[in-house]
Design a protein around this ligand. Structure first.
Ligand SMILES: [Mg+2]
Length: 280
């Protein structure tokens, strides 16, 4: 796309979906340009929502985490793959009330608050469906029960596809996609649906929540295979920042190339500002 077309696209943006790790912070450290960028968005009346595939924490946990970094975030400015799964079940499968949820206690609480009953301790109570999340409190007996119900043919939903969760600690965080791969080895079944990025559901939910069309929404993130692929799947603008995983070299032969590549969020702010001033 030529630069005039990109500028016209930027001038239409009313809302940004922001990836977190690698985009607004790295590990536990907030980028120094992030507070100014968010302040500028508020002044411009551009909305924003933080997105994460990580379903090991509830929305309440994430809000607390962001507030520890001095970012004042409202609950409707956060969307996790756990929340996306709740929205998916409510809208597509309202008949599923009893879930076998392989997830953290914090995520189980979030599902209970959304009205689901969680059955996960024994094979006595039969679930309507199995949900597998990033269970960082994984217990072998519950993994086996999840496998049992999957093998029994229950509808099977994964919160997101990530194989590992990035960390700066000396460990490997085995994520939802790897837990599903383990269950697939054991049962022969892959999940019926995998939510989270790059599934377009999270961006579609944001468009519904804020009454936006795809041309009003841009997804900003540091990963091509998730953030940029999701933007493409939802027909939203994809803006890649080079402060996390992807490098310029990764853009060669990329199946879902971003609409715009920026060094960091401050450059995104400058590009947005310029496009808006020229469009007036
Ligand atoms: Mg990221």
């Amino acid at each position: 796309m030529n630069s005039a077309a990109i500028e016209a696209q930027l001038a239409e943006i009313k809302h940004l979906a922001l990836d977190m790790d690698g985009t607004i912070y790295l590990g536990g450290t907030l980028f120094d340009f992030t507070p100014d960028f968010l302040k500028w968005l508020r002044e411009m009346g551009i909305g924003y929502t933080f997105l994460t595939n990580n379903s090991s924490k509830s929305a309440a946990d994430y809000l607390a985490h962001l507030r520890e970094m001095n970012l004042q975030v409202h609950s409707d400015q956060l969307y996790t793959s756990g929340m996306a799964t709740i929205d998916y079940l409510r809208t597509r499968h309202p008949e599923f009330r009893h879930l076998f949820l392989l997830g953290t206690e914090s995520l189980c609480d979030e599902f209970r608050q959304a009205g689901f009953s969680i059955v996960c301790q024994s094979s006595e109570a039969e679930p309507d469906a199995v949900v597998v999340a990033f269970d960082s409190e994984l217990v072998y007996s519950r993994l086996c029960l999840a496998g049992y119900w999957i093998e029994q043919g229950k509808p099977y939903i994964a919160t997101h596809p990530d194989l590992v969760c990035p960390t700066d600690q000396r460990t490997l965080l085995v994520d939802c996609g790897s837990i599903c791969a383990c269950l697939e080895k054991a049962t022969g079944r892959a999940p019926d649906v995998v939510l989270g990025k790059p599934h377009p559901l999270m961006l579609e939910a944001i468009m519904r929540r804020f009454d936006l069309e795809p041309r009003h929404l841009a997804m900003i993130g540091d990963r091509l295979s998730t953030d940029m692929a999701m933007a493409k799947n939802a027909a939203a603008m994809g803006i890649l920042v080079l402060t996390g995983e992807a490098t310029v070299a990764d853009l060669e032969d990329c199946p879902a190339p971003p609409d715009l590549v920026a060094a960091d969020l401050s450059e995104v702010g400058r590009r947005l500002s310029l496009a808006r001033s020229r469009a007036v």
